[in-house]
Ligand binder design. Structure first.
Ligand SMILES: Cc1ncc(COP(=O)(O)O)c(C=O)c1O
Length: 802
C-alpha cells in the first residue's frame, strides 16, 4: 500500500535535499523467511506474498481465517524514531477512535510493537506486523460527490483522532512537508519543459512569499499528510480504510486536506466542485477556519508543484524507473495550469459556500433522543426559574441550538436547521471574517470613545458615505431601542416639541421612552392606553386595511391620516417632535410603504414642525435588496436614521446617523456618552460586516434570491388557498394566510401550525402581524436559491398538512 514513487529524504544542513533511504539497499528477505518471522515473532501462521515497495520490503500474510496481515520490513536506513512515531500514532488512534478503519498494530507475544532481526546480509532490520485492509483503491474509484465528501470526512476524522498525539520525531524534515515546499526551488532545474518549470517556480515563489507566512499562523498538529488515492480504500461511495502512515508530520492541519484536494480534483471534470465536496465533508467533522479555506487553493497548487519537481528530479537520477515514477504524478503539471486558470478566488468562494451547506438537504421528521429530551426539559425549567416564566420561547418543539454557520443553525442532535428567520446574523451565522475581526480586536484593544482610535472614525466615515444629504454624524450605542431612544431625545431637543406620531402596531424598542412609541408591544390588550403625547396612523396596508391596492389613490389616502394625527395631538396640546417609521413595517405584518406614501408623509410631518426618523433597525444593511437602506426606495431623506440588529451580525451595537445641526441641538441641553457604544471591538465588527456585504455581494443577492423566493411562494399560492398575500422586498418577505380570500378571515391558528410544522421539517420561520397570520421570512442574506427551494418545499408540505 505504500506510495512507491515518493522518496524519503532528508535535508542537509545546507538546506539542499539529499536522498538517504532510497539510496540504501532495500531489505531482501525471501517469502519463507518472512513466513518464519511472522510465525516466530508475531504468532501469525500465514503464507507470505511480496507487495510492491521501493524502499522497504512488505509481505501480505494470508491466513486461513481471512484476517490477513502485512509484514513490514523497514529499510535499515530508516530512522527508527520515525517508525516508532508511526506505530505510536496507530496505537493512539485505535485507542481514541477505535471505529476508524486504519491498520491495527500486531504486537509480539511479549507485547512489543516491533521485532528486530539480523538480515541475510548481516544488517539489522526492524519488522512490524499491521492488519491488512482489503478494499478497492480510491485511485480506481469513480469520484461520486458522496465519495469525495467521505474522503474529506475521513481525513478530518483521522486528524481529529490525532489531535492529542505528539511524538519527539514529529517535526522531522520530510520531503512531502508542504511547509518546506520552497526548498524544492533548488530542484526545479530538473524540469525540462520550460513552460512547466516556470509555472512550478512561480508557484513555489508565491508560496514562499505569500502563503508560508500565513500558514505559520494556523493551527498545527500531527497529521497523516497523505490521504491520497493510493493510500485510501473504498467500497462504493464509502471510505473503508486509510493506510501508510509514513508521511506523518507536525504541520498546519489544513495541509492534510490539501493532499486529497490536489490529487482528486485533477481527476474530476470540475476541480472546484470536487474540492468543494471534499472540503464540505471535512468541514462537517471539523469546522474549517476562514484563513484555512483561503489557503487551500495555494496549498493544492504547491502540492502539484512539489509532485512535478520531485518526479522530474527522481527521473533524472533513475531514468530506468521513468514510467513508474511518473505514473502518479503525470497529471500534476496539467492540473497546476488548470488551477491557475480557475483562480484562488473562485475556489475560495466555492469552498465557503460548501461549508455553509449542510451535508443533507433532505427533510426528516423531527425527533429528539431520550437523553436530549430530559436535558431540554431541565433547561426549560431552569430558564423559567431564572429568566421568568413569561419570556417567550419559539415553537412548540423549542429549538436548542449549539452552533450556527451561514444560513444554518445546528441543534443538539447535530441536525441542521435552515434559518429563514434570523435577520441579525445578516452576513451568515458566525461569519469567519466577522468572528476573526472581533477576536483580533478583542485581543488587541477595547476602550471607549473618550479616547482617540482610528476605527471609530473609519467606521463612521464608511457608514455616512452610504447616506444622503446632511446625514453625516454618527452616535454609537448598543441596541436598536437605545438608538430610537436617542433619536427621540434628539428630535425633542431640535424641534422643541414633545409629541410623537407612529404607525399603529409599530415596534421601535424597549426603553421607557421608546416603549411609548411602540403600540405593538404596548399591552393595549392588557388594558393600557397610549400616552397622551402619542398619536398613531394606520399602517398603509393595501391588502386588508381601510384603503386597498386596487384604489390608485390609496397611498395618498393613508398619508392623509398624518393630518388627523397632527390635529389630534394639537387638541391635547402637543406638536410633533418626530414621526417614526420602520421601513419594512415589520410588526404590522411586513409591508413595504407604497410608492409616494413616505414623501407625502415626510412633507406633512416637516410642515407640522417634526422630524422624520427612519428606523432601519430591521430594514437596513441591504436586506431589501435594491438599496442598502430601506428609505432609499422612497426618494426621501430622513432627518435621523437609526441602525441596529444586522449592524454587528449579532454583536450588541447600534447607531444613530443624523445631521450636525440636530446633534448640536441636543448638545446644547445635555451630553452624550455611551460606555461601550462604538468601542473598538464594535467598530472592527461593523467594518467587517460592511466588508463582507460588499465582497460577497449580499445586497444584490438579497434582491435576486428574494425575487426568486417570492415567485416560488406565489406559485404555491396557486395550489394553497390559505396563502392570501405575498409581499416584501429583497429577503424580507411576509406571507399572509387567510381562511377565505374574499373575507380575508385571518388564518391565525394555521399560521402558527405552519411555522411549527416547518420547524419540525428543519426550516425556521416566524409569525408576525396584528392578527398573528403572517409568516415572517427574513433569513441571513447568504441565503441562496437552493435554500429558497428547500424553504418552498417545506412550506408546501406544511401547508398541505395543516
Ligand atoms: C423596527 C425595530 N426597531 C427597533 C427595535 C429594537 O431593537 P433592539 O431589540 O436591538 O433594542 C426592533 C427590535 O425588534 C425593531 O424591530
Amino acid at each position: 500500500m505504500s506510495d512507491n514513487s515518493r522518496p524519503q529524504t532528508e535535508q542537509s544542513s545546507a538546506g539542499v535535499w539529499t536522498e538517504t533511504v532510497l539510496e540504501a539497499q532495500p531489505p531482501a528477505f525471501s517469502t519463507q523467511e518472512a513466513e518464519a518471522i511472522a510465525r516466530r515473532a508475531f504468532d501469525i501462521e500465514a503464507s507470505a506474498h511480496a507487495l510492491d515497495s521501493e524502499r522497504d520490503q512488505n509481505f501480505q500474510l494470508r491466513t486461513t481465517d481471512g484476517n490477513d496481515w502485512v509484514l513490514k520490513i523497514a529499510n535499515p536506513a530508516e530512522n527508527p524514531a520515525l517508525l516508532d512515531m508511526q506505530t505510536q500514532a496507530l496505537l493512539h488512534i485505535a485507542r481514541v477512535e477505535p471505529s476508524l478503519p486504519i491498520p491495527r498494530v500486531k504486537t509480539t507475544p511479549d507485547g512489543a510493537s516491533f521485532y528486530e532481526v539480523d538480515g541475510p546480509d548481516g544488517r539489522r532490520f526492524i519488522i512490524r506486523a499491521l492488519s491488512f485492509l482489503p478494499g478497492q483503491l480510491l485511485d480506481d474509484a469513480t469520484l461520486h460527490p458522496a465519495l469525495l465528501r467521505d474522503v474529506g470526512a475521513m481525513a478530518a476524522r483521522l486528524a481529529r483522532a490525532l489531535r492529542g498525539f505528539f511524538h519527539p520525531a514529529a517535526r522531522h524534515e520530510l520531503l512531502w512537508d508542504l511547509t518546506l515546499a520552497p526548498a524544492l526551488r533548488t530542484r526545479t532545474r530538473h524540469i525540462e519543459e520550460q513552460g512547466r518549470r516556470r509555472v512550478v517556480e512561480e508557484t513555489l515563489d508565491h508560496f514562499d512569499a505569500e502563503v508560508l507566512p500565513r500558514l505559520k499562523t494556523l493551527r498545527a498538529q500531527v497529521i497523516h499528510n497523505d490521504v491520497s488515492e493510493l493510500n485510501t480504500l473504498v467500497d462504493g461511495n464509502r471510505v473503508t480504510g486509510v493506510v501508510d502512515f509514513g508521511d506523518l508530520i507536525h504541520a498546519p492541519l489544513v495541509c492534510d486536506l490539501a493532499v486529497p484536494i490536489a490529487e482528486l480534483s485533477r481527476r474530476h471534470p470540475d476541480p472546484i466542485a470536487a474540492a468543494a465536496e471534499i472540503t464540505a465533508g471535512y468541514h462537517a467533522v471539523t469546522a474549517l477556519e476562514d484563513d484555512e479555506l483561503r489557503l487551500i487553493f495555494d496549498l493544492a497548487c504547491a502540492r502539484c508543484a512539489m509532485e512535478v519537481t520531485i518526479a522530474n528530479w527522481r527521473v533524472r537520477d533513475h531514468p530506468e524507473n521513468t514510467d513508474y515514477i511518473m505514473a502518479g504524478t503525470q497529471n500534476a503539471g496539467i492540473h497546476l495550469d488548470r488551477m491557475r486558470d480557475l483562480g484562488a478566488e473562485r475556489m475560495y468562494s466555492a469552498l465557503r459556500r460548501a461549508c455553509a451547506t449542510p451535508i443533507s438537504l433532505e427533510f426528516s421528521d423531527f425527533t429528539r433522543s431520550a437523553k436530549n429530551k430530559d436535558n431540554l426539559q431541565s433547561l426549560i425549567e431552569r430558564r423559567r426559574r431564572r429568566l421568568g416564566p413569561e419570556l417567550e420561547l419559539s415553537y412548540k418543539n423549542p429549538v436548542h441550538v449549539v452552533r450556527g454557520e451561514g444560513v444554518w443553525l445546528i441543534d443538539e442532535e447535530g441536525r441542521s436547521l435552515l434559518d429563514a428567520y434570523n435577520n441579525v446574523p445578516s452576513v451568515g451565522h458566525c461569519h469567519p471574517t466577522v468572528v476573526q475581526a472581533l477576536a483580533r480586536q478583542a485581543a488587541t484593544l477595547n476602550t471607549n470613545t473618550r479616547y482617540l482610535y482610528e476605527s471609530v472614525i473609519e467606521y463612521a466615515d464608511r457608514l455616512t458615505a452610504t447616506m444622503p444629504g446632511d446625514l453625516s454624524v454618527c452616535m454609537f450605542v448598543c441596541s436598536g431601542s437605545e438608538a430610537n431612544d436617542l433619536a427621540w431625545r434628539l428630535a425633542k431637543a431640535h424641534t422643541g416639541n414633545s409629541g410623537g406620531i407612529v404607525v399603529e402596531d409599530a415596534y421601535h424598542g424597549t426603553t421607557d421612552a421608546v416603549y411609548e412609541l411602540s403600540p405593538a408591544d404596548y399591552g393595549i390588550d392588557k388594558g393600557r392606553t397610549l400616552a397622551e403625547y402619542i398619536a398613531t396612523v394606520p399602517a398603509p396596508d393595501g391588502y386588508r386595511g381601510q384603503f386597498r391596492r386596487s384604489d390608485p389613490q390609496y397611498a395618498t389616502r393613508y398619508a392623509a391620516c398624518i393630518d388627523e394625527a397632527v390635529a389630534s395631538l394639537a387638541t391635547r396640546g402637543f406638536e410633533p417632535a418626530a414621526f417614526y417609521v420602520d421601513l419594512v413595517l415589520s410588526s404590522n405584518g411586513i409591508m413595504i410603504p407604497p410608492p409616494g406614501y413616505l414623501s407625502e408623509v415626510f412633507n406633512k410631518i416637516r410642515a407640522a414642525g417634526g422630524l422624520c426618523v427612519a428606523d432601519e433597525v430591521q430594514s437596513g444593511f441591504g436586506r431589501t435588496g435594491d438599496h442598502l437602506w430601506g428609505f432609499e426606495a422612497h426618494d426621501v431623506v430622513p432627518d435621523i436614521v437609526t441602525l441596529g440588529k444586522p449592524i454587528g451580525n449579532g454583536l450588541s451595537m447600534a447607531a444613530v446617523v443624523t445631521s450636525p445641526a440636530i446633534v448640536a441641538s441636543l448638545m446644547k441641553e445635555t451630553d452624550f456618552f455611551s460606555t461601550t457604544g462604538g468601542n473598538p471591538v464594535a467598530c472592527a465588527v461593523g467594518l467587517a460586516v460592511l466588508d463582507v456585504l460588499e465582497q460577497e455581494g449580499l445586497q444584490d443577492r438579497a434582491a435576486r434570491v428574494g425575487a426568486i423566493l417570492r415567485s416560488q411562494i406565489e406559485e404555491l399560492a396557486e395550489r394553497h388557498p390559505l396563502i392570501g398575500d405575498v409581499r416584501g422586498a429583497g429577503l424580507f418577505i411576509g406571507v399572509e394566510l387567510v381562511r377565505d380570500r374574499s373575507t380575508l378571515e385571518p388564518a391565525t391558528k394555521e399560521t402558527t401550525a405552519v411555522a411549527n410544522r416547518m420547524r419540525d421539517l428543519g426550516v425556521l420561520v416566524g409569525v408576525e402581524g396584528p392578527c398573528g397570520n403572517v409568516l415572517k421570512i427574513r433569513p441571513p442574506l447568504v441565503f441562496d436559491t437552493n435554500h429558497a427551494t428547500q424553504f418552498t418545499d417545506a412550506l408546501d408540505r406544511a401547508l398541505s398538512e395543516v
